[in-house]
Structure formats: structure tokens, C-alpha cells
Design a protein around this ligand. Sequence first.
Ligand code: UDP
Length: 218
Amino acid sequence: DPSAYLVEYKNSLTAFNAAKKDTIEGKGRLNNLISSALFEFLGGKGIPTHFIRRIDDTHQLVRSVKIVPIEVVVRNITTGTLCRRLGVKEGIRLPRPLIELCLKDDALGDPLITEDHALLFGWTTTEQLQKIKEIALKVNSLLSEYFLPLGIVLVDFKLEFGTDGEGNLLLADEISPDTCRFWDRDTNDRLDKDRFRKDLGNVLGAYEEIWRRISGKR
Ligand code: UDP
């Protein structure tokens, strides 16, 4: 079926534009379970996604899309590159969600771009960008509400979008502790890839904890 892809979730883990790499047994399975659950949840709330179904522990069936070459980052709390880039303090809750656009280009290190860059170089259109931002904000409020009762604060995350054969804009890629920052509401413990980026230890345990809380809810 040329309109579907089989996605494999791998155990490899990279950070800092792949300057830091590792493999963690069991990580692919957890990200597949988490991502599948979140795509199902968002699909049920009317968000158009590429997700069709989970096939097994490490595979998903998805609609094939042409990826919009922009990474869309949504932030609720300051951390990561935002703090490094602008010299702002970590842990400040923003008065409203902040959307950032980055060009998807590993060789350039996914540079931050403005909306004008995205439009003038034809990486998206005005209409598509409007939809992308609307969906990104909706995903942010849906996921923030989803995670709060699980004792998890959604700090920030990255989304990717694509268009299917009929030109529909779909949320694509993955939604997992590799692409989101999750902080424990009570302890502020990092339950995401920051455990790997910052050598905090017990990376797999954090991903397991996210899945434990999600599967408890389901
Ligand atoms: N992110 C991602 N892929 C990237 C860059 C960022 O999934 O290539 C996610 C990251 O996990 C975090 C959010 O986007 O949840 C914001 O990341 P940031 O810009 O702080 O960059 P990072 O510290 O990940 O380099």
C-alpha cells in the first residue's frame, strides 16, 4: 500500500544534533507505546494525524506524508536552547505558549527561523502555517490537560507535520519523551531525554515511568 509506511522505533538515542549517541535496550518499545497512545488520544480529539495503528512492540503503521521541512517547537516553561540562546532563567512559566520554528536541516543544526523565512523560501504557505500553528496550540492544550492528572507537567515539545496524497495536513513523526520535556509535577524530576542529554542517569526508568502513568490512565 503506497499510501502507508511502517515506522520502526529504534533503541538509538541522539542529542546535540547527533554529537552525542547511545543505544538503550527497550527505549524503542516504550516510545512506540507512548507515541501510539498519544496519537490515539489526539486523533480522538479531532487532531488530524498520520497514525493508523500500532503493529507490535516497535512498529506503527502510518499514512505516508510529504514532511513540511519545519520543526515546530511549543514551549510552556523556559528551558533548553531557549535559555542558552536568550540568557533567560530556566523554569519560568510563560504567560502564553511560545511557538518556535526551526528549519529541518541536520547539516545546519536545525536553525531557528522566522515565519518570513518559512514563507519567503517556500517551506510552507501562509494558509498552511496558520493551520500548523492552530494545531500545535491545540495539541499543547490537549496534552497539557492529559498529563496534569498524571502528575506530569508538559514543559515543551517538538512537532512535525506532513501532507498526504490528497493534500491534507497531518500531524506526523512521533510524540515521546525523545521529543517532549516532561517534569514530575511534585518533584520536578526530569522524565524525558534530558536524562540522557545531561547525564542524569536512569534514562529508561524515566521513559518507563511515563508509560506506567499513561497505561494506568488507559
Ligand atoms: N526537540 C526535538 N528535536 C529536536 C530539537 C528539539 O524533539 O531536534 C524537542 C526537545 O525534546 C524539547 C523541545 O523540542 O522538548 C525544545 O527543545 P530545545 O529547543 O530546548 O532544544 P534541545 O535542548 O532539545 O536541543
